[in-house]
Design a binder for this molecule. Sequence first.
Ligand code: UDP
Ligand code: MG
Length: 319
Amino acid sequence: MNENEIRYSVIIPMYNEEEVIEETYRRLKSVMSRTGETYELLFVNDGSRDRCADIVRQYGEWDESVKLIDFSRNFGHQIAITAGMDYASGDAVIIIDADLQDPPELILSMIELWKDGFEVVYAKRVKRNGETRFKKWSASLFYRVLRASTDVAIPVDTGDFRLMDRKVCDQMKRLPENNRFVRGLVSWVGFRQTAVEYERDERLAGETKYPLKRMIKLCLDGIMSFSYKPLKLAGYAGALLSGAGFLYLLYVLYLALFTDATNKGWPSLIAIMLIFNGFVLLMLGIMGEYIGRIYDETKGRPLYIVRNFTGGAPGAMKE
Ligand code: UDP
Ligand code: MG
């Protein structure tokens, strides 16, 4: 047990969630009080433009378990949960979405498994209710591409809803990378991990804060932070194409030497040119994604900026 004796830290990232935050608070309170142990509710306001931070600040006035990390602008979901981990001081740290798509009641099962000795308990979605067919399909495809392209075993159909032991959280704080894919990093640090299964519900209210553009960004972060395979694509494709070209050359030589056939090539030439140039540009784009990420690292900017922190002294806080 640590000095300030907080047993559980619950991290709740929120971005324009005023419609759901009251219900989320109520549900979390009732679940956490059932543990009979100490806890803190660490809300991270990721630059919301609505009243959700004010609502949380009000709760904080009479409920000392409520703490608020208020960002200076929107830094993104993955950064928000990173900040939560930096400020959390519990022996176990739980990450949960603010929109009640992740049922808070599941935290109790996570805690049980944690007490059995598991250091990471992640929540695996066996079913998604009320999400669009496109979201389900794209999410399923993403997790499978990720599994195929990375060497770290990142569990499929698993979001950021999870419990982590203090040891895991401390190790996570040593990973300073910018374009973060938190669930991948948690797999990377290792430790004894296990899953609890659940059905993912519909958002209580409001709409998703992950439009397609952000989903693609998260997907690229996931793949590129854990794999060089996209970079190797050029090598493989190059070998394949030059092999094919060589065979074709033999065929053309054969035609020229042993037959009277003439080769009409203009349309096929154009097609091949477009395909090849397109492929070269695609590879440049992929390299650009990696180079941009290297550039982000060299700048050494902090991951986030906190306007203010409400709720007493932050726990084991990063510099
Ligand atoms: N979120 C955030 N910053 C962002 C986008 C989202 O803190 O820039 C929070 C959001 O408030 C929610 C969680 O991240 O608590 C998950 O977002 P959302 O529910 O919109 O994603 P989805 O469940 O649709 O994938
Ligand atoms: Mg959601």
